[in-house]
Design a protein around this ligand. Sequence first.
Ligand code: PSU
Ligand code: MN
Length: 310
Amino acid sequence: MKQLNPFLEISPSVNEALQNGQPVVALESTIISHGMPYPDNVQTALLVERTVRENGALPATIAIIGGKLKVGLSESEIEFLGKAGREAAKVSRRDAPFLLSSGRPGATTVASTMIIAEMAGIHIFATGGIGGVHRGAAETMDISADLQELARTSVAVVCAGAKSILDLGLTLEYLETHGVPVIGYQTDEFPAFYTRHSGHGVDYRLDSPGEIAKVLKIKWLAGLAGGVVIANPIPEAHEPMAAPIQAATEAALAEALRHGIRGKESTPFLLGKIKELTGGESLRANIELVLNNARLAAKLAVELCAADQF
Ligand code: PSU
Ligand code: MN
C-alpha cells in the first residue's frame, strides 16, 4: 500500500526493515546542504547514519532527487547533496511538487522530511533544531512551516530545541495553540540548541526512551494525529560557553536585518553567520548535538517497535 504513491522511492534495505516491523529513523537533508559546510556536512551525515545503526535502528536519510521522494539515500547521494550545498533547493511543503516536476535536487527541511517519513511509515525522526517563530514575527509573519507540519503530521521529531535566532517563547506558544506536545528528555527546560538552557519550560518531562515511546504509541493509537517535539539537550561535556554564542547570534541577526535577508534564506544565512563568528566552536557543538539526537531517536524507534504488543 505504501508503494501506491508513484513518487515515493524507498531504498530496498529501508523497505525491508519497514515490512519486517524493524526500527527505522528518518533523517533530514537540509541540515546537510544548508546547515553545515562541506565536507563536515557529509562526514556528519554519514556519522549520524552510523550512530543510528550502532543504536539498533536503520537510518533513512530523506531528499527529493530525480523527481522522486527518496527514503534512504546512498553514500554517493549524500555526498552529492553535501557538495551541492546551497545549489540544492531547500524544500518545504509548498516546494515539493515543483522539485518533483522539474527533477532538480531538493534537500528536505524538517517539514518536508516529516511528510515523506509519514508516507513511508516512519514515525521517528532525528535532526539538529526545528524551525520556529522568528523574532519580530509580529511584523514579518516569519513562522517556519515546520511548526504547521508538527501540527498535522504524525512523526516525533528529536531535536536539541531551537536556536535563539528564534523567539523561543512564541515558538512554544504556537506549538501549544496547534496541540503539539513538547517533551523534555531528562530536562524540565526547553533547550536552546547550542545551550542546555533557555529559561522556557517543556510541557512534559520524561526520563527514558521507553516512557516516551509509550506516550507516542498511545497518542497515535487513540486517533490523536500530529507530531511531537522531543527536546534533547546537548550533553554538558559538549556545551559551548553561552556568552560568545549569544553575541554571535545577536550580531548575525543585526546583519540579516541590514541586508534585508528574509523568507527561506533567513535560517541558512543566520546559521552560516553564527558559524563564521564563533569559528569552529558552534560547528563542533552542532555535530555533537545531532549525534546525541540520533542516539536517542534510534533508542526510541527500538522501543516503539517493542511497544507494538500493547
Ligand atoms: N535550524 C537549525 N539547523 C538547520 C535548520 C534549522 O539549527 O539546519 C533547517 C532545518 O531543515 C529546518 C529549516 O527545517 O532550517 C527551517 O527553515 P525555515 O525557518 O526557513 O522554515
Ligand atoms: Mn521562514
